[in-house]
Ligand binder design. Sequence first.
Ligand code: CS2
Ligand code: MG
Length: 409
Amino acid sequence: MQIISADVVVTSPTRNFVTLKITTDEGVTGLGDATLNGRELAVAAYLKDHVAQLLVGRDPHRIEDTWQFLYRSAYWRRGPVTMAAVAAVDMALWDIKGKVANLPVYQLLGGAARTGLTTYGHASGRDLPELFDSIRRHLEEGHRAIRVQSSVPGITALYGVAAQAQASGRRYDHEPAGRGSRPTEEDWDTRAYLRHVPTVFEAVRAEFGPGLALLHDGHHRMTPIQAAKLGKALEPYDLFWLEDVTPAEHQEAFRLIRHHTTTPLAVGEVFNHAADFRTLITEQLIDYVRAAATHFGGITPLRKLMGTAAEYQIKSGFHGPTDISPVGLAAQVHLGLAIHNFGIQEYMGHSDATNTVFRPSLTFRDGLLHPGDTPGLGVELDEEAAAAHPYQQAYLPFNRLADGTVHDW
Ligand code: CS2
Ligand code: MG
């Protein structure tokens, strides 16, 4: 069997997605996710201009060889654009292998190690009543764990907090890349944030009791000592995890944080290589790996990373916001089902428009996510529907301090 073409599909049903479609001479096709939120076209060009022609004529079954070839032959290794492009090829080849074998990808990875994946949903609110309603809605949907974000007095526009109260249980996206030609500017005040967050968790615990698993995302905005302070302040509320407290490319900073707090830590959604995790894993400085198959070079390297993490009792908490396409989500749900050290799966759920374009076989029943038993990854791209939603320029927001300084994301 040979690859005869590799085509890039860019579509924007609710937000932009970049998908690679590999076709073989036997008519089998595979899909891979190459979406890099706010920089989508860079990956599309990397694939179209530099990778697609290299795939033609290759044996699609040689996943490891193709991965090593794309990674090593480029000379320029790592980085989000490169690794998202390599990820898309890797996923598409696993998809093809599954279809040829007539098995869902999780079966090729060793089979199901659990019934389904426990998820967490994103609850947020501008005040406590709105936040409590949001938590209740997510519990009704079946989530057994909840990420809690809330407005902070003194901060006008805050990432991760839904702009409007949601009337029904309908899925929504409060972490969008805003469409338009300029990023939105938000404001930030770390001291106000550090004062407020523990009061929110105190209230949530009082309302929902000790059993509910609660998570929080710091979006890389603290210094190590501020992160240590927050971790310590949240200890009475027994978080499942505290995520992305600092810009984590400074891995050694986590030694300081870790020595000050027993709040479990999750890191890595912006990482794209095992080296980004090396110190964090081998020194057991974190508890959960937040990598996404889409930004980490695909299923192949993420599976290896989780093998290393298992040696250190570190579990998965793969990155699953709506900017990971249904293809990328499927890839990590297959992997999460098969590995022993699965921790939790982030699941925001895609919009109806996105699911119409991608048609995933994924199910979310009784609080458990399952990739389905369709051969391959279980996602079917409706190219006509995709074409009806052309690319729209979009940027993630950024933030400034009161004096106008651009702050860490
Ligand atoms: C967030 C993401 O899901 C999360 O944990 O941090 O939504 C993140 O903001 C986006 O993926 C950025 O593209
Ligand atoms: Mg995050």
